[in-house]
Design a protein around this ligand. Structure first.
Ligand code: HEC
Ligand code: HEC
Length: 154
């Protein structure tokens, strides 16, 4: 069994480069028909959503998406532009929602006086949105729809 798997693998490695040259179209992936070394025309960069309303979360624990542009908002060791609006002390002036209480918790569940280091780099979890055709379809179904479907079945 093991031997035959090895044999197939060896064959694959031996044949793959040949195939790439002979029939490049058969390996077209998301980037289109270009060969590995070739260039494709990338789609234009879409505009970032910039709205005053907050997007519905897909589930309660989801980091909410950023509804506004963040061009030029620096987040480094020395400065955090996001906190200039979202920090507890800044929200009255900025009208921004305060970072939630979980952002003050360390990994042991202790509440700190300031933002926890593990919540400092906002863009690790929060992302802006663009209106584009996704390259890969998404079959996510909201829990409310699932529950409604269950209820309808009964
Ligand atoms: C100039 C002030 C300002 C700055 C700077 C700012 N925000 Fe905001 N943010 C807002 C306001 C105001 C809202 C409420 C919605 C709106 O008006 O766009 C908001 C909304 C959000 C939300 C949505 C919250 C929810 O519950 O849906 C997230 C997430 C967010 N911002 C993350 C960030 C991150 C990350 C940065 C830094 C890269 C940042 N913001 C920088 C003002 C700001
Ligand atoms: C490790 C992931 C992570 C990081 C880093 C992080 N967040 Fe969040 N954020 C979340 C999650 C998850 C939620 C939703 C659940 C919750 O409130 O904890 C959230 C919620 C929020 C909300 C909505 C609060 C509310 O009550 O509606 C705001 C605003 C926000 N984050 C801003 C920020 C800003 C600004 C930073 C950077 C200083 C940041 N977050 C860093 C994961 C993160």
């Amino acid at each position: 069994m093991k031997k035959s798997v090895l044999a197939v693998l060896a064959l694959l490695f031996a044949v793959a480069p040949l195939q790439a040259q002979d029939v490049p179209h058969s390996i077209a992936g998301l980037r289109g028909e270009a060969t590995l070394g070739g260039d494709t025309m990338p789609p234009p960069i879409a505009r970032t959503e910039d709205s005053a309303s907050r997007r519905v979360r897909n589930y309660p624990e989801q980091p909410p998406t950023i509804p506004h542009e963040i061009d030029g908002y620096q987040v480094t060791r020395n400065a955090n532009k996001c906190l200039s609006c979202h920090a507890r002390a800044r929200t009255q002036e900025s009208g921004a929602p305060m970072v939630s209480i979980t952002h003050f918790m360390d990994r042991d569940g202790q509440f700190l006086a300031a933002i926890s280091p593990r919540r400092y780099f906002c863009n690790q979890c929060h992302v802006t949105q663009q209106r584009i055709d996704p390259a890969v379809a998404n079959g996510f179904v909201d829990i409310d729809s699932l529950l409604a479907a269950e209820r309808d079945k009964e």
